[in-house]
Design a protein around this ligand. Structure first.
Ligand code: GDP
Ligand code: IMO
Ligand code: MG
Length: 427
């Protein structure tokens, strides 16, 4: 059974949504295994643009079964809102969308906990404010976590909330935050439960049955590998395993079934939120960093925050490609670099006077790293209409070839615009 994973190898927003959409057609299942509505995956079909936060990209095609795995944290109103948005855009959503009964539920007190934590200037991570971290904290802490399946049992849910909410309120009050009423919360969530019910199932069993029947599965990562809670630039990471290692725990499908791991990268680097970023271009309004932000429309899909931008970092890419077990990479947004006289790639760091070629994933070490760039000639041509490798200007091809050499993996696709059609297969 061929199972494929689409994973971002940077700090997110590598255009995983576009690749998942392109590959989705040949799979029966598209599965999200980590995160929640902190993700923002964009799909462009001609004049139609879809932005998905919590729902798998496969949901745009009703013949695909789209699964929200047990590894996710789900805010029910967001789930329902996204479904509604799709339905009003003419995309039918029904039994093709399945939500794990083991996924965790986000409550408003999670958002409030996050708001208070992020208000502390020293402890701020620059999160999306969607309650992701506090909900995962409760999952690992066990006592105060509620799973989707529990919402379907009214009496049980009320009892659980009676146990949890007073505890949360004491904590929130101590930090000057809002408090919550058990019965109001129970009523609100029981209302959501009725709408969620038709979608809720034991997705592990469903996927295992699919596996046994030889169905093809596409696992869609949220966030990027440098935001992975274990291997990313901790503590400036998200709270889940965005690397393919998250698949086994987050869906119940053993990773040995993966036959293709596609590492998605931008032709440069972007990052939202705080944390070290050695190749960042802080070069002001007339600089290349701002130009990339403008042309690449680098503003967060979820929060609208301007994304930080910088040159490609081959040291970071080698690190994440190895961790992800990537077989190939796809180079996205190459068109954004058109018009630059020269383009740069980082290939080593200077750390405390020493040249290193490995990636120090500890934020405090990475923060002290100075990049060592290799400079390549740029290209002036508009490449958004290129459809085959030979259409690309020589300098653009050389840039892609160099990425291939530095990362040590074949580049299987190059993307030259947001539309599905603006894609060049390189094989
Ligand atoms: P994801 O979170 O990894 O799915 O990526 P996002 O959707 O957050 O961000 C990628 C952005 O780049 C979206 O706005 C896409 O429509 C856009 N995009 C994708 N591929 C290309 C490309 O090749 N060129 C340009 N200019 N934009 C692209
Ligand atoms: P996609 O799937 C880019 C970042 C946040 C913040 C950090 C922690 O679209 O690539 P969180 O709310 O998860 O606790 O925030 O992670 N972040 C993302 N950055 N793309 C994403 O998702 C992200 N999801 C979270 O900006 O720095
Ligand atoms: Mg995104």
């Amino acid at each position: 059974m061929p199972a494929t994973c689409v994973v971002g190898l940077q700090w997110g927003d590598e255009a995983k949504g576009k690749i998942t959409d392109i590959l989705g057609d040949s799979h029966q299942f598209v599965v999200r295994y980590n995160g929640g509505a902190n993700a923002g995956h964009t799909v462009v079909w001609g004049d139609r643009t879809f932005k998905l936060s919590l729902l798998p990209t496969g949901v745009l095609k009703p013949h695909i079964t789209s699964i929200i795995g047990n590894g996710l944290v789900v805010y029910p109103p967001r789930f329902l809102e996204e479904v509604e948005q799709l339905v009003s855009a003419g995309v039918p959503v029904g039994s093709n969308l399945v939500l794990s009964d083991h996924a965790q539920v986000i409550f408003p007190y999670h958002m409030e906990e996050e708001r208070l934590a992020e208000a502390d200037a020293d402890g701020k991570i620059g999160t999306t404010g969607r309650g992701i971290g506090p909900c995962y904290q409760d999952k690992v802490g066990r006592r105060h976590a509620i799973r989707i399946g529990e919402l379907l049992h009214a009496k049980h849910l009320t009892e659980r909330l009676k146990q949890i909410v007073p505890f949360k309120n004491r904590y929130l009050q101590a930090f000057g935050g809002k408090t919550f009423d058990v019965h109001q919360l129970a009523d609100e969530y029981l209302g959501y439960a009725e709408k969620l019910r038709p979608h809720v199932a034991d997705t592990t069993r469903l996927l295992q049955a699919g596996l046994a029947a030889g169905k093809e599965m596409l696992f869609e990562a949220a966030q990027g590998s440098l935001l992975d809670v274990d291997h990313g630039t901790f503590p400036y990471v998200t709270s889940s395993s965005s690397l393919p290692s998250g698949i086994w725990a987050g869906t119940g499908i053993p990773s040995r079934h993966l036959t293709r791991i596609i590492g998605v990268i931008k032709a440069y680097t972007s990052r939202v939120g705080r944390g070290p970023f050695p190749t960042e271009l802080n070069d002001g309004p007339d600089g290349i960093g701002e130009r990339i932000r403008k042309i690449g429309r680098e503003f967060g899909t979820v929060t609208g925050r301007p994304r930080r931008t910088g040159w490609l970092d081959a040291v970071a890419l080698k690190y994440t490609a190895d961790l992800a077990g990537a077989d190939e990479v796809t180079v996205m947004l190459l068109d954004v670099l058109s018009g630059l006289k020269e383009v740069k790639i980082n290939r080593a760091y200077m750390l405390r006077g020493e040249r290193i070629t490995h990636f120090p994933s500890d934020a405090y070490e990475l923060d002290q790293c100075e990049p060592e760039y290799e400079t390549l000639p740029g290209w002036s041509e508009d490449i958004t209409g290129c459809r085959k490798p030979s259409d690309l200007p020589t300098a653009a091809r050389k840039y892609v070839d160099r990425i291939q050499e530095l990362v040590g993996l074949p580049v299987s696709m190059v993307s030259v615009g947001p539309d599905r059609a603006q894609t060049i297969p390189m094989k």
